[in-house]
Design a protein around this ligand. Structure first.
Ligand SMILES: [Ca+2]
Ligand SMILES: [Ca+2]
Length: 410
């Protein structure tokens, strides 16, 4: 069987020590790595850059009368936290410069299909799986979609392979979207309220093939029968971000699930954009966005004795925070001298959103928003208090239901 579909000449070259990069380019929350380099940042990368970043590998050149063209690089490396290393082939495109267009994994013998699918699902979520078409060479398949990357496992009986490819959205032209639109997440949910599920697709356009920051994020709501649908682009000023995700909850209490969207902005403060759309009765309404009016406003200042005082306008409550634990820093950067403020200084309230979580405190299946914002002291790095508010949707508007203050880091 032709596994790679191209005639290749293998040449073994060593490039020095293997370097495994940290996950910092992918996202800090991913405690366990899918692979040494996440496919999302590798697919589309020039092969030469891949070798530079990953170091030693087995380099495969295409046969050509004039020159040797790098067409593939192989590494033996850890994937999906498996005990045994996996043979990973990074296949180059036919275009110039050659970029990684597919990663093929050969799994070691000794792992059963069920074990493997279970292990991978721990990283990628539940698989779509089943027996392959009788005409296909493989016996069984399992597929995952995660973060704009498709993973397709094929069990050929004697061996198992996985093909990893960019998850291009096949219907881009139906909605006048760019050809390179990624499918980030898909779900079936009745967002219109007619009792039938729609196909809800979270799509994104990148600045370039390996850019981590997404240029635009879109939602497509499709009727799975007719394939017809609508495409909703997020509001232009907040339609970019990293790692967008959607959830389905009813926020406005009409009994129909709404679409909650989160995307990190990647700023130094670790902020995110949030949106909620409702598609009830076929009408698209933006129910919530972090660009809407600020829900709370905070004003405060430093006080003598390493303290700060601030007032939340909406609750008209004043809070005092003890800042003794950072006295040496404040003395060093000349905010205080011997506990005395050198000059009047206000606290920084930037109003950005650190985290918004859908919550249902009373269990009535109508969700509220738990909103965390951070009050800063002398600079963005100096978080002094977390302001946690609860927003509840009622009679066509969001109402501030509760506000809590916690010293930062506690
Ligand atoms: Ca529906
Ligand atoms: Ca609703």
């Amino acid at each position: 069987m032709r596994r790679f579909g191209v005639i290749i000449l293998l040449i073994w070259i060593s490039w020095g020590p293997v370097t495994f990069e940290s996950a910092s380019t992918v996202g800090q929350n991913q405690a366990r790595l899918i692979a040494p380099l996440h496919p999302w940042s590798v697919l589309g990368l020039p092969l030469g850059d891949l070798v530079q970043r990953k170091g030693e590998g087995t380099v495969v050149f295409e046969e050509n009368t004039q020159e040797k063209i790098l067409s593939r690089v192989d590494y033996t490396e850890t994937w999906f936290g498996l005990d045994q290393p996996v043979k990973a082939h990074y296949l180059g495109s036919t275009t110039d410069p050659k970029t990684v267009q597919q990663i093929t994994l050969n799994f070691p013998a000794g792992v059963t299909r069920q074990e493997l699918i279970e292990q991978i699902s721990g990283f990628l979520g539940e698989a779509e799986q089943g027996k392959s078409d009788p005409s296909a060479p493989a016996k069984y398949f399992a597929r995952w979609l995660q973060k704009g990357v498709r993973y397709e496992l094929q069990d050929f009986g004697e061996y198992m392979e996985m093909y990893i490819l960019p998850a291009w959205f096949s219907g881009a032209e139906n909605y006048s979207l760019p050809g390179k639109t990624y499918l980030m997440q898909k779900a079936a949910a009745d967002v219109t309220g007619d009792g039938k599920n729609e196909q809800v697709l979270l799509l994104a356009e990148r600045f370039e093939d390996t850019a981590l920051f997404l240029r635009h994020i879109f939602l497509v709501i499709e009727d799975p029968q007719s394939g017809k649908g609508i495409c909703q682009r997020l509001p232009e000023e907040t339609d970019g971000g990293y790692d967008p995700q959607m959830q389905f909850h009813d926020f406005n209490g009409d009994g129909i699930v709404d679409v909650f969207l989160a995307a990190a902005t990647g700023g130094s403060g670790g902020l995110s954009y949030y949106h909620i759309y409702t598609f009830a009765d076929g009408k698209t309404v933006l129910l919530f966005s972090t660009a809407m009016k600020p829900w709370i406003s905070v004003k405060g200042k430093f006080l003598d004795g390493y303290k700060a005082e601030f007032t939340i306008q909406e609750t008209n409550q004043t809070h005092t925070i003890d800042l003794q634990n950072r006295r040496s820093t404040y003395e060093e950067i000349k905010v205080y001298r011997n506990g005395k403020l050198l000059e009047p200084r206000e606290l920084l309230w930037l109003g950005g959103y650190s985290l918004i979580t859908p919550v249902d405190p009373d269990g009535d299946n109508i969700f509220d928003l738990r909103v965390i914002q951070v009050l800063k002291g002398v600079a963005n790095y100096d978080s002094i208090a977390e302001i946690i508010s609860l927003l509840h949707y009622q009679d066509g508007q969001w109402i501030l239901a509760k506000v809590e203050v916690n010293p930062a880091g506690e």
